[in-house]
Design a protein around this ligand. Structure first.
Ligand code: EPZ
Length: 429
């Protein structure tokens, strides 16, 4: 398995371009199942999860064309299967997003239950509840969700989401575009990725209003046609690089970003003592002479502080000037990075979903292991500010969500390199 080796060094300085958002691109690609026309999606990030999604769509019978800029053209006129197999779904939970579109367009879907992952049990009961409310017959058989409309169309319904769920909202919204009548999703997720999907569906002829608010209304239409849509920038990648510059005492300009998508993160960086300027599609960060100030964090659904930035701020607080608490309210087990940071000298006490972090002057290098996508990014950043050479193992987690992270960090002056697994195996043999 490949590893990353990061050497603690000086401040990160320079400019980088942010890639398209993974969590927008995945539902956008899956929306192709809703039409037999061509859907063109540009600014797709080059990530392992994108490849997995292409494989899944290919197995369903969607024809895909990729151009040199990684824009994808899809043609779902020849879909021959409605079955999303376990071997694919287990590698990428977002595969559950095919459930709504397949049921709405073909009247049937067989999607493997995704199972849990490192950060929590990740149930999909809200996805299932939504489709049931719209008239689908749902049963669980040998680990698969079997949804069937008995040959009729889904019916519009009023659906209250007991918990705010991003992909739950997206799945139901996609299914509702082809239902008979009006569907209202109450307590809907407000994430920018949900809005991006709604914008694309409307460009395909859907009739969606209220995306971005907690109540989304979808009036079903007969069919959807093709469209040409550009994926929004990845607010989590942007936040991750801002934290990298902040903790290294550097300065950075990030381009092709939408500042209002990460307002809660920018707010906390200002509170930590960073200087921030932004324009329509760029953000500039400078850092104070003194150490960063510790900042209390509480994660919650958008527009509050994003859970996907929690690990990065546990790291920031680990090297800040006093003590802070971080409370994770979205997932039940999203502190796997804490144990690895403690091995690098961080002073963190965990109490349930609260981390109490006392800043230390410096971390020191240690071999660490990535566990989930965002935690692994935090460990790479830790390696860039720790004294010595940090080896990060299981970096396939990083490749799922960050497009060439080591190349972008190296552009900022970071000392980081990828060592292919076979080299390490041979050396240790
Ligand atoms: C999306 O996951 C993102 N993934 C996650 O990003 C992100 O962390 C999460 O939203 C929260 O913002 C994609 O968009 C592909 P949820 P999702 O449904 O939709 C509970 C990353 O690193 N819940 O909003 O799976 C659930 O257990 C990933 O890029 C139910 O109880 O998250 C959690 O506690 C990690 N029943 C809470 O809701 C359900 O049916 C929020 O989960 C669905 C969710």
């Amino acid at each position: 398995m490949d590893k990353l080796i990061a050497t603690g060094g000086g401040p990160l300085k320079g400019r980088i371009r942010i890639s398209g958002a993974k969590n927008a691109a995945l539902p956008l690609m899956i929306a192709s199942l809703l039409t037999d026309d061509t859907l063109r999606i540009s600014n797709i990030p080059h990530l392992h999860d994108i490849t997995t999604t292409m494989e899944l769509l290919g197995q369903l019978g969607v024809r895909l064309q990729v151009d040199e800029k990684l824009a994808i053209e899809t043609d779902a006129s020849g879909v021959g299967s409605v079955r999303a197999p376990y071997d694919l779904v287990k590698t990428m939970r977002a595969s559950i997003l095919v459930l709504g579109p397949l049921t709405a367009r073909f009247g049937r879907a067989e999607v493997s239950l995704p199972g849990g992952c490192a950060i929590g049990s990740r149930p999909v009961n809200l996805h299932i509840k939504g489709l049931k409310s719209m008239g689908a017959e749902i049963r669980i058989e040998n680990g698969y969700i079997i949804a069937d409309t008995g040959g009729s169309k889904l019916r519009g319904a009023r659906i209250f989401m007991d918990m705010i769920s991003v992909t739950g909202t997206e799945n139901i919204m996609m299914a509702a575009t082809l239902a008979e009548g009006v569907t209202t999703i109450e307590n809907a997720a407000r994430e920018p990725e949900v809005v991006d999907l709604a914008d694309c569906l409307n460009a395909m002829g859907a009739n969606i209003s209220g995306a971005g608010s907690d109540e989304i209304m979808i009036e079903g239409v007969e069919r959807l046609h093709g469209a040409d849509h550009r994926v929004i920038p990845d607010r989590v990648e942007a936040g991750t690089f801002l934290v990298a510059a902040a903790i290294s005492g550097g300065e950075i300009r990030i381009n092709d970003v939408i500042p209002r998508h990460l307002e809660a993160v920018l707010d906390k960086l200002r509170e930590a003592g960073c200087g921030l300027k932004s324009g329509e599609d760029w953000i500039e960060l400078t850092t104070p002479e003194s150490r960063l100030r510790s900042v209390n964090i509480r994660t919650a659904p958008y527009p509050a502080f994003p859970t996907d930035m929690q690990a990065q701020f546990v790291l920031l607080n680990s090297v800040a000037d006093s003590t802070a608490t971080v409370v994770e309210t979205v997932f039940e087990n999203r502190y796997m990075h804490v144990h690895e940071l403690q091995r690098m000298g961080a002073n963190i006490e965990l109490d349930g979903n609260t981390a109490v972090i006392k800043g230390v002057k410096s971390l020191y290098a240690a071999p660490v292991m990535a566990t989930d996508l965002r935690a692994s990014a935090c460990l790479v950043l830790a390696g860039l500010v720790a004294r010595g050479e940090t080896t990060i193992d299981r970096i396939y987690h990083i490749d799922r969500g960050y497009h060439c992270i080591e190349e972008k960090l190296a552009q900022l002056g970071a000392s980081i390199r990828r060592v292919p697994g076979y080299y390490l195996e041979r050396r240790s043999a």
